[in-house]
Design a protein around this ligand. Structure first.
Ligand code: C2E
Ligand code: MG
Ligand code: MG
Length: 423
């Protein structure tokens, strides 16, 4: 009995489930594997203790057993994960009926020692023979779908598809590439100039990260770096590289210009970042005013107090602050009044939305409003001359975009460093 059952819940264990699954596959009738994983179960264990956690798993297991007929075989996969094998099904809709029933089990709170607990879960589903006829593969597929559904906020179950597989596979590969790149110094920075519309000179350079050996855009790999925590090492690398770059340029006789560094919300977990930044500045003898930190408005929404504390520290260190991608998120003007920023970067999307709605005057008002808050305006993603002209005439302070320059490798940058694009 012990070899085939889970001691805590009394359910079949993983081994028994595999045996059962293999037997069912031999029958050659349609079947489905459901992998169930609780959401935030770790929190319950961490806050009220394992004793309650165990009780909940026990209670849930009893309900699982009593809720279904002989078509469903239930097992504990391990931890807070359960496996269900459903036989004698003919359609996806039938499987969904079982899923509904599962959901009903957790629709009421669980009562343990007069304490109410609400449980919720995510499900990944694979089907025989559609997805595979191999028992191990079916479980992996259910697992893959479950992994994916955890990332979606609007779904709690997902049927396995090959697209899901490709997505995950991609992700895993990129994660590995990033891990190796951190170890082997395989990143580089490109620099995109920002023009001051008054002086007509390049005044600032935005540092944009690239993978040396792969053509994968940061839009794709930065979110993965954030998810895996690798962003902390990467963020430090970018900071250090940008500061070294300033020193190198100065040593070669180039005038000092500001470098803007993108800062991801996940880097708020890097508690000593500001110390690190200050130390790097000191070592290279760079004035902090030549560094600008770009944060996005989403960071403010998700981690408001932390962000404000961080920005205060940055500001006190003499470093400049820009609010990036303004107009893409849930930006509200009230943010701008208490934000210790120096620059607001209007996103390409926002500008395009105004243009397509023939609301050019609104851009003008927006620029005035930002100026009234004593902030400077940067327009991003400018590709057309007419638009540049319009922005310039309406007081936009800086322009960044392909019209003047793409992000450049440092050798290319040196060639245009003092160029006046407007004359
Ligand atoms: P971002 O900070 O908003 O950077 C501007 C992006 O717009 C860059 O894309 C730039 O190449 C692109 N761009 C500039 N001018 C134009 C234009 O005229 N037209 C169009 N269509 N695009 C233009 P890139 O380099 O692919 O970077 C994408 C995003 O990745 C950045 O958006 C930023 O959020 C993130 N990122 C890049 N480097 C870093 C980094 O070192 N750390 C962090 N945390 N994020 C980074
Ligand atoms: Mg940026
Ligand atoms: Mg931006």
């Amino acid at each position: 009995h012990q070899a085939n059952h889970d001691p805590l819940t009394g359910l079949a264990n993983r081994r028994k489930f595999m045996k059962k699954l293999k037997d069912v596959l031999k029958k050659k009738t349609k079947a489905a594997v459901i992998l169930l994983d609780f959401d935030n179960f770790k929190e319950i264990n961490d806050t009220v203790g394992h004793v309650y956690g165990d009780q909940l798993l026990k209670k849930f297991s009893q309900l699982l057993l009593s809720s279904f007929n002989d078509n469903v075989f239930v097992a504990r996969y391990g931890g807070d994960e359960f496996l269900l094998l459903i036989e004698n099904i003919n359609s996806k809709e039938e499987i969904e009926k079982y899923i509904k029933k599962l959901k009903e089990i957790v629709s009421e709170p669980f009562l343990i020692d007069k304490n109410e607990f609400y449980l919720d879960f995510s499900l990944g589903i694979s089907c025989y023979p559609k997805d595979s006829s191999n028992s191990y593969e079916l479980i992996t597929m259910a697992d893959t779908a479950m992994y994916q559904v955890k990332e979606l906020s609007n779904k709690y179950y997902l049927f396995y598809t090959s697209e899901i597989f490709n997505k995950i596979k991609d992700k895993k590969i990129i994660r590995e590439i990033l891990r190796r790149a951190v170890k082997n110094n395989a990143f580089e920075l490109k620099y995109q100039p920002q023009f001051n519309t008054q002086t007509e000179e390049i005044e600032c350079l935005e540092a944009l990260i690239r993978l040396k050996d792969y053509n994968i855009s940061p839009g794709k790999f930065i979110p993965i770096a954030e998810e895996t925590g690798l962003i902390i090492d990467i963020g430090r690398w970018v900071t250090k590289r940008a500061i070294n770059q300033l020193k190198e340029l100065r040593d070669q006789g180039f005038k000092e210009k500001r470098i803007a560094i993108n800062f991801s919300g996940e880097q708020l977990n890097d508690k000593n970042y500001v110390d690190f930044l200050q130390k790097s500045l000191k070592e290279n003898n760079i004035n902090p005013e030549f560094i600008e930190i770009e944060i996005t408005e989403n960071v403010l929404i998700e981690h408001k107090q932390e962000s404000l504390d961080f920005l205060e520290k940055i500001k006190n260190a003499g470093v400049k602050i820009a609010l990036d991608d303004f107009g893409t998120g849930y930006s509200s003007f009230s943010q701008l009044t208490f934000l210790p920023a120096d620059y607001i970067k209007l996103d390409k999307v926002l500008i395009e939305r105004f243009i397509s709605g023939e609301k050019l005057n609104s851009i003008k008002s927006l620029i005035n409003l930002i100026h009234n808050l004593d902030l400077k305006v940067v327009a991003e993603g400018i590709e057309e001359y007419d638009l540049f002209k319009f922005l310039e005439e309406n007081g936009c302070d800086y322009i960044q975009g392909y019209l003047f320059s793409r992000p450049l490798k440092v050798e290319e940058l040196k060639k245009v460093y003092d160029k006046n694009y407007l004359s």
